[in-house]
Write a protein that binds this ligand. Structure first.
Ligand code: 2IT
Length: 447
């Protein structure tokens, strides 16, 4: 790390004490921007990085609601509107017990570069609450979402900020959030994406993130003379991202042999295919957040309690759960298995230490801000669909998604090459995303 990076990181740490995830994410990005900043001294003069690391706006608010027993509950809601240099803020809303400013800021910061990589006009933002939807009734979730939106609605809008789903916020929550938004704002518009197709949603948005990850991984394999067909894949998670990823992998002839939940992982050597994929998502939608019942239902599958799936040997690893899922010891297992590829599905699923170890040991890594950008890209397409008062067909959406993912891969690879970094998609994605935002910031003056 050079002295300039140290200076910027110091500012971040002083201004955001104790927010380890945010520090981690900024460090990962700034280190790979060192050659760019050396080539562009005008960015330092313009205080560009100082501005980039400070969110444009952070909203934090009380979310009171009444549970089924009549008791009043209070959660804390957030929206971090990080950077609007290239478009209105765009990014998901996460409901999870570990949501706090450090998680919100890391996700929003990451989103700036991810959104820039899509090539679409969207800035970076993220929101959420420290609310755990697991085990809550529909009525509780509805009351929570309505209370959350009662404050959030005044900060969002079609040209201001457009939230979508993330962990803990799926079709049910989006429906409640949109219903309340529409009533409060008296406007039926594209302020929320990830809607059901019945009321303005985009054909294919649900599986877009997962499909996009597989298109991206496919580019990685092809660039290295390999193909997806016949590959053994280990993933983590069993939410929407994991589901879309599994479905597309299956279609391309690869085999998911393990997936995980918070209670452990499932090893299914026969592969998660056909009705098993449907059951996998059914399990998630049950709201129980456990994967043990899969092993009870499908005899060949084994449930390994309390363990992570990274100890299973595979050709390709795709973490689709949460941040910091892959720690150094997991990275060692992955390297020991002889795998050549890891593609990040979740946001920041790898610690910086683990990432360094993987790359130093020859594993080719597809970084999340590039690989999982298909979700937000389709959200932006949904915004366009709504603004144009039209409906796009599934074929139109999938063709566009595939193009976007191939472009992201190629621009990350090209940026790395331009700086003499070889086929380093981690640095390349950071550089390509940054350059777009940086140029827009320079053109717009000190704002
Ligand atoms: O992490 C992400 O890119 C998302 N949760 C999707 C954001 C969006 O606005 O669709």
């Amino acid at each position: 790390m050079n002295s300039l990076t140290e200076k910027y990181l110091d500012i971040v740490k002083k201004r955001n004490p104790g927010e380890a995830e945010f520090h981690q994410c900024v460090e990962e990005i700034l280190v790979s921007l060192e050659p760019v900043l050396a080539k562009h001294p005008e960015y330092e003069k313009a205080g560009l990085i100082e501005r980039l690391i400070e969110p444009e706006r952070i909203i934090s608010f009380r979310v009171p609601w009444v549970d089924d027993s009549g008791k009043v509950q209070v959660n804390r809601g957030y929206r971090v509107q990080f950077n609007s240099a290239i478009g209105p803020y765009k990014g998901g809303v996460r409901f999870a017990p570990n949501v706090y400013p450090g998680v919100m800021k890391f996700l929003a910061f990451e989103q700036i570069f991810k959104n820039a990589l899509t090539g679409l006009p969207i800035g970076g933002g993220k929101g959420g609450a420290d609310f755990d939807p697991t085990g809550k009734s529909d009525g509780e979730v509805m009351r929570f979402c309505q209370s959350f939106m009662t404050e959030l609605y005044r900060h969002i809008g079609p040209t201001t900020d457009s939230p979508a789903g993330d962990l803990g916020v799926g079709p049910r929550e989006i429906g409640y959030l949109f219903g309340k938004y529409k009533r409060l704002a008296n406007s039926y518009d594209e302020s929320i994406t990830g809607k059901h197709i019945i009321y303005g949603g985009l054909n294919g948005r649900t599986e877009a993130t997962g499909y996009g990850i597989v298109y991206f991984a496919d580019c990685m394999l092809k660039a290295n003379g390999e193909k997806m067909e016949g590959k053994k894949v280990v993933i983590s998670g069993f939410g929407n991202v994991a589901w879309g990823t599994t479905e597309k992998l299956d279609e391309l002839g690869a085999k998911v042999i393990a997936f995980s939940g918070p209670d452990g992982y499932i090893l299914d050597e026969a592969g998660v295919t056909g009705e098993k994929i449907d059951y996998f998502i059914e399990l998630r939608n049950s709201g129980k957040n456990i994967c043990q019942p899969y092993a009870d239902k499908f005899p060949g599958a084994k449930f390994i309690a309390g363990k992570k799936p990274w100890e299973v040997k595979a050709d390709l690893y795709i973490p689709c759960a949460m941040q910091n899922d892959i720690q150094l010891e997991d990275a060692k297992n992955i390297v020991a298995s002889g795998a050549k590829f890891m593609c990040e599905g979740a946001n920041m699923p790898t610690t910086n230490e683990a990432l360094e170890y993987l790359m130093a040991n020859g594993v080719i890594v597809g970084p999340c801000k590039a690989a999982n950008a298909g979700g937000v890209a389709c959200s932006c397409i949904e915004m366009g669909q709504n603004a144009g008062h039209t409906v796009f067909s599934p074929d139109q959406v999938h063709a566009q998604l595939k193009d976007i993912m191939v472009n992201i891969h190629d621009s990350a690879a090209a940026a790395a090459k331009e700086y003499g970094l070889g086929y380093n998609l981690v640095a390349g994605a950071n550089i390509a995303g940054f350059m777009k935002v940086a140029q827009a910031m320079m053109m717009q003056g000190v704002v």
